[in-house]
Write a protein that binds this ligand. Structure first.
Ligand code: SAH
Length: 264
């Protein structure tokens, strides 16, 4: 049996103040007060403010509890993590979880990394305002945005066309120093090499040789290396043409693949 809808409340008279008073001045006054309030609405816009304020509050907490508390103290990195609106880089239906302590799906089977991992990868390459940086795996564009806040220029490559296009559009509206390309990042971006830093946000089983070659002397590359389910996050520093290797923590990234979807 269908339940009947409770319609109480519909059609009940509203005590609006109109027409109940005998004094002719009152309705006019109320009318002007209402018009004034309507004019103020766009300025107040309390709903939008609350949302942005709520996101800002969540960002502060994200930085304090997930990033600083885990030992990342570079003030510039923290500043960038506080500034970039992560919720803009996640699908609308997941925005409420944009600042949570985990990765999120961004479509096409790919993910935006956990905030802590983004901060860690950024901090280990020691970003400076003059640096030219390469990122492999644009994804949502969030990591590229963080780098754009801190470095002179960011070159980022995404193999999945829809993701690359979407991120490219979003980043173009926010930054002038980010260049997005659709293609296979295994090959790097030889026309723009060498780079002061390289961040790889998809995991190959071995460090791609072209990326090693495109790293500047003294530069750093951070890359997850290993099999599908667990990899080691590795920092490589180029000294005298050779790469010094330091392993930081076990991580899980999506695999680096070629144009046919085969894992590198
Ligand atoms: N840095 C991203 C997260 C990336 S997830 C962010 O901030 O949101 C990893 C991305 O690497 C995926 O989008 C995947 O499509 C991409 N990828 C995988 N193999 C690649 C390759 N060979 N070249 C470029 N991008 C690749």
């Amino acid at each position: 049996m269908k339940r009947s809808l409770d319609k109480s409340g519909f059609g009940t008279p509203m005590d609006s103040g109109f027409g109940v008073s005998r004094s002719p001045g009152k309705p006019v006054l109320v009318f002007f007060i209402l018009v004034f309030c309507c004019l103020l609405l766009p300025v107040w816009s309390p709903a939008a403010d609350t949302t942005e304020a709520a996101y800002a509050d969540q960002r502060e907490k994200m930085v304090a509890l997930q990033i600083e508390a885990r030992g990342i103290h570079d003030p510039q990195v923290l500043k960038a993590m506080r500034k970039v609106k992560r919720h803009q880089f996640v699908p609308e239906s997941l925005r409420g979880r944009a600042y949570a302590d985990h990765p999120l799906p961004i479509g096409e089977g790919q993910t935006i990394s956990q905030p802590y991992i983004v901060a860690l990868m950024t901090a280990v390459v020691k970003p400076e305002p003059g640096m030219k940086v390469l990122e492999i795996g644009t994804g949502s564009g969030y990591q590229a945005a963080i780098l754009a806040e801190l470095c002179k220029s960011v070159y980022t490559i995404e193999i999945v066309e829809v993701l690359g296009k979407r991120a490219g559009k979003l980043l173009a509206g926010l930054y002038k120093n980010v260049h997005v390309r659709i293609g296979d990042g295994y090959q790097g971006w030889p026309q723009e090499a060498p780079f002061d830093a390289i961040l790889v946000t998809c995991a190959p089983t071995k460090v791609p040789r072209p990326l090693e070659d495109q790293l500047k002397e003294g530069g750093r590359m951070v890359i997850p290396v290993g099999e599908s389910w667990v990899q080691e996050l590795v920092v490589l520093t180029k000294r005298n043409g050779r790469l010094e290797r330091q392993e930081i923590i076990p991580v899980r990234f999506v695999p680096m693949v070629d144009a046919k979807g085969r894992k590198y």
